[in-house]
Design a binder for this molecule. Structure first.
Ligand code: UDP
Ligand code: MG
Length: 314
């Protein structure tokens, strides 16, 4: 019988230091799992260091190593999408290059898909050890908020590290949206998911590519991509303020009729003007978030652009 193939997608952005460690580690796991064949697809997401050179070298040495190099940095989401579209395996895993997603979990994940009725195995960190506490706090808040707002469940601590069957991969690449938020997309497509938990692991080399600000914007992307509750909130707030204004008008009319109209109260007036215009701007802000996403979506721009692959390196 022909052996089944597992494809590993590895998004890499400035990972020249981590790639050699990663390759050694994944090779060990591949040797251990000799009942399947492997394919490694590295995505060079416009790295500014020698990542591409490292990948060229590896792919010359080992024909299981394939790579796709983007024309610039398109972001991890784009890299994952490019990977999913271009792999050929019966099973597909996504893994970070920094070994924060332990390759040693693969045999276990494969067993779940093979012997039990699961279509995809996801991983989640149960601890956030080694992460700044403030970041953990905001991460927790984000999951609380988004799960209240969205029907699609986002699992707290879920990593992008997962192994899935071909069928799931095909479902994901069917979703061609430009604003990609994979954690949501994976839940959106459904299928039976097994969650494996593990402790946070520190990066083997290099440093994280996510600043607090980048994560914050990514969190907003997640919310706008999977919930329209903020839009409803804007309308509700508008209604509430109309109601308050209506009551106040009646109160003022009555007051004027009973006590006349002494010239006073402008400080309160200024406060009200500030408050109401603040609320208006906030609501317009929410609207423009969605508008801008729709704008980008309708442009239908390519999610990534390939400059070079292993086929150009022969
Ligand atoms: N990454 C990428 N493009 C980017 C940012 C990150 O392909 O614009 C890759 C990066 O090389 C790594 C993975 O995404 O393999 C996760 O990034 P990182 O380890 O910096 O994130 P963290 O684990 O700290 O959340
Ligand atoms: Mg990492």
């Amino acid at each position: 019988m022909k052996k089944e193939k597992i494809s590993i997608i590895v998004p890499c952005y400035n990972e020249e230091e981590a790639i050699p460690y990663f390759y050694e580690e994944i090779k060990k796991v591949a040797q251990e799992m000799n009942y399947v064949t492997f394919e490694y697809l590295f995505i060079n997401d416009g790295s500014k260091d020698n990542t591409l050179e490292k990948l060229r070298e590896l792919s010359r040495k080992d024909k299981k190593v394939r790579y796709i190099s983007f024309s610039r940095n398109f972001g991890k989401e784009a890299a994952m999408y490019a990977g999913l579209k271009n792999v050929t395996g019966d099973y597909v895993a996504i893994m970070d290059a920094d070994l924060q997603d332990p390759p040693s979990l693969l045999p276990k994940m494969y067993n779940y898909l093979k012997n039990e009725d699961y279509d995809t195995v996801g991983t989640r960190r149960v601890t956030r050890k080694g992460e700044p506490p403030i970041r953990s706090f905001f991460a927790r808040m984000f999951y609380k908020i988004i799960n209240k707002m969205s029907k699609v469940e986002m699992v707290d601590g879920a990593r992008d590290y997962r192994l899935m069957k071909r069928q799931v991969v095909d479902a994901i690449i069917e979703l061609k949206e430009y604003n990609r938020y994979s954690k949501g997309l994976f839940s959106f497509v459904g299928f039976n998911t097994k969650w494996i938990e593990y402790e946070n692991v520190k990066r083997v080399a290099g440093e994280t590519k996510w600043s607090f600000w980048k994560l914050f914007l990514y969190a907003l992307d997640g919310i706008t991509a999977f919930s329209v509750v903020p839009l409803a909130m804007a309308s509700i707030m508008g209604l509430l303020f109309c109601f308050i204004a209506f009551v106040m008008i009646i109160v003022i009319i009555c007051k004027t009729l009973i006590w006349g109209d002494p010239v006073s109260g402008w400080p309160s007036m200024v406060c009200i003007i500030f408050l109401v215009s603040g609320v208006q701007l906030f609501c317009i802000g929410i609207l423009s978030q969605y508008l801008s996403k729709t704008y980008l979506e309708t442009k239908n721009r390519s999610i990534y652009i390939i400059k070079e692959t292993e086929k150009d390196n022969k």
